[in-house]
Ligand binder design. Structure first.
Ligand code: GRF
Length: 201
């Protein structure tokens, strides 16, 4: 079966990026990771991509006049590689109209809370500080808002009395690393990929 071409956008450590690549190598994810897009050239995820031999577009926002400037450049790279789906995995910027229009309903994000609770930064810390007993992970489509797009899947996780922020973070990330690849695979197999669609018409 033809592999669906994806690009991963990330700004930090890249544990979700790493999981996606490993799941692909293990044959559980029928994708080709064509490109890493990163807005922090010194981020750990850039090193990970280089170890895997995955091409990277790393940029600094301040080198461009505005968001439209760097998003046009990203779009050019994505189109050149015929990327079909964009996967946000810890990309710390809101997506602007340029990329939203280029990938309508083809861009998803993972967020470490049960949205709509605790959107934005440090969702795990927000949940911990709020004293809620259950948190979790959400995978959702991306729109112009902050973690506001249509929810695709969620998994809940009980916060234990023994948890501190670190242990909670570790357990939330374990859920992410299971839920994200599984959701990507499900979406792609349900919706096919654009190249396959083109070839059937
Ligand atoms: C994850 O918790 C993800 O849900 C959030 O950013 C974090 C990225 O972690 N959007 P990593 O870089 O994949 O380790």
């Amino acid at each position: 079966m033809k592999k669906t071409k994806i690009a991963v956008f990330a700004s930090g450590t890249g544990s979700n990026f790493d999981t996606i690549v490993r799941e692909r190598k293990a044959g559980h994810l029928n994708v080709e990771v064509c490109l890493l897009v990163c807005d922090k050239p010194e981020a750990l995820v850039v090193e990970k991509a280089s170890q895997y031999g995955i091409p990277t577009f790393a940029f600094e926002a301040k080198s461009y006049e505005n968001k439209e400037g760097f998003e046009r450049e990203i779009e050019k790279q994505l189109k050149k590689l015929e990327v079909e789906w964009v996967i946000l995995a810890g990309y710390m910027r809101l997506i602007g109209p340029t990329l939203l229009q280029a990938y309508p309903n083809r861009m998803i994000n993972i967020h470490p809370s049960l949205l709509p609770a605790f959107p934005g930064k440090d969702a795990i810390g927000q949940a911990f500080d709020a004293g809620v007993k259950v948190t979790g992970v959400t995978v959702h489509f991306v729109d112009e808002g902050m973690d506001t797009g249509q929810i695709i899947d969620q998994e809940a996780l009980r916060i234990l009395d023994s948890d501190d922020r670190d242990s909670l973070q570790k357990r939330v990330q374990e859920v992410e690393h299971r839920l994200f690849p599984a959701t990507i695979q499900k979406l792609i197999s349900e919706r096919g990929n654009q190249n396959e669609k083109k070839s059937t018409h």
